[in-house]
Design a protein around this ligand. Structure first.
Ligand SMILES: NC(=O)c1ccc[n+]([C@@H]2O[C@H](COP(=O)([O-])OP(=O)(O)OC[C@H]3O[C@@H](n4cnc5c(N)ncnc54)[C@H](O)[C@@H]3O)[C@@H](O)[C@H]2O)c1
Length: 323
């Protein structure tokens, strides 16, 4: 049995769907602070908090869990700067709690949602896993700290892990059953597509004077289904007795904010009102992954290599979203 923390959230719910479709048994633990019950499509949900040690131990025991996939965290970079306590508590202390509950229950396999935010400002692109890690905000630091804790727990207690450093998660279930829904929404694709539908007045471009071809920031948008697949492959790796590893997950291609807006306009057939705003502090000009290691070692083969296709899945969801 696989325990998925944060499985009612955006990435977690897509992973849960993928894992169930390949025949695995899954149970979700989510406090629904940001998650959506509807996104689970009937998967068993334990509504509770991963900081509740007794509850976590009980769930691990009752469901005979052998592997934990850990998505639960707060993920608003700006808020992590203004309220760091919230982030260190919910992202670091809670992960320690979860790991210690796993130790007590004898569960030794762990897949972790890490982030390209652990790298900080890029020294080179595409960024591979050997790129120095110097996070530039508390959110990135919480993910980096968790990675250090995982290494120490592996060395001391033989808890094996795979830490997946996502670049920008994007898109929705190609079947249109579930999709992206954050509240507040800060992610570029839903913001643009909601502007296309007239649900927002406009979309802001933060910074138009970066040293990139069109002056706007470049990011690597990886489709949510490809992220989901990587988690299943990570579990297979751990079940084969594979060693603890870190993997970048991205398409290895960058797109500027303006390019994304233009593609969204093309896919939706709607004009998208844009407001040019000053740069936000802490936004690197260009973040692009090298995912060669995940491809070589996990056999990961992302299917969505064309951003337009990723946007089509997001637009399909946006037009009929149910949560
Ligand atoms: N979205 C991205 O582009 C991106 C990029 C890199 C890393 N990540 C990481 O991936 C993970 C999932 O991100 P997401 O976009 O799906 O976020 P999300 O907010 O949609 O999902 C997080 C889920 O965790 C739950 N949760 C939070 N704290 C909890 C707690 N203490 N106990 C139980 N449940 C709790 C929330 O209710 C929510 O359902 C996070 O760890 C995030 O940091 C996301």
């Amino acid at each position: 049995m696989i325990l998925v923390t944060g499985g009612a959230g955006y990435i977690g719910s897509h992973y849960v769907l993928h894992e169930r479709e390949r025949g695995s048994s899954v149970v979700v633990l989510d406090n629904l602070v940001y998650g959506h019950r509807e996104a689970l499509l009937g998967t068993r949900l334990i509504e509770g908090d991963i900081r509740d040690r007794k509850l976590v131990e009980q769930v691990l025991k009752d469901f005979n869990v052998d592997t934990v996939v850990h998505f639960a965290a707060y993920a608003y970079v700006g808020e992590s700067v203004t309220d760091p306590s919230k982030y260190y508590q919910n992202n670091v202390a809670s992960t320690l709690n979860l790991l210690d509950a796993m130790r007590a229950a004898g569960v030794g396999k762990f897949v972790f949602s890490s982030s390209c935010a652990t790298y900080g400002d890029p020294e080179y692109v595409p960024m591979d896993e050997a790129h120095p890690q110097n996070p530039i905000n508390p959110y990135g630091e919480t993910k980096f700290m968790c990675e250090r804790i995982l290494q120490a727990y592996d060395a001391a207690y033989s808890m094996r892990f795979v830490s997946l450093r996502y670049f920008n998660a994007a898109g929705a279930d190609p079947g249109g059953r579930i999709g992206e829904s954050h509240n507040p929404e800060t992610h570029l694709l839903p913001l643009i597509l909601q502007a296309a539908r007239g649900k927002r007045d406009s979309v802001s471009i933060f910074g138009t004077d970066y040293g990139t071809p069109d002056g706007t920031c470049i990011r690597d948008y990886i489709h949510i289904s490809d992220l989901a697949q990587a988690h299943s492959l990570a579990i297979d790796h751990l079940r084969r007795d594979g060693k603890s590893r870190f993997y970048n997950l991205g398409t290895e291609t960058g797109h500027s904010v303006r390019e994304v807006i233009n593609l969204c306009s093309k896919v939706s057939g709607k004009p998208i009102p844009v407001v040019e705003a000053p740069r936000r502090s802490g936004d690197p000009p260009r973040l692009v992954a090298s995912a060669a290691r995940a491809k070589a070692e996990l056999g990961w083969a992302p299917r969505f290599t064309d951003l337009e296709e990723t946007i089509r899945t997001a637009w399909n969801w946006e037009q009929k979203r149910t949560y």
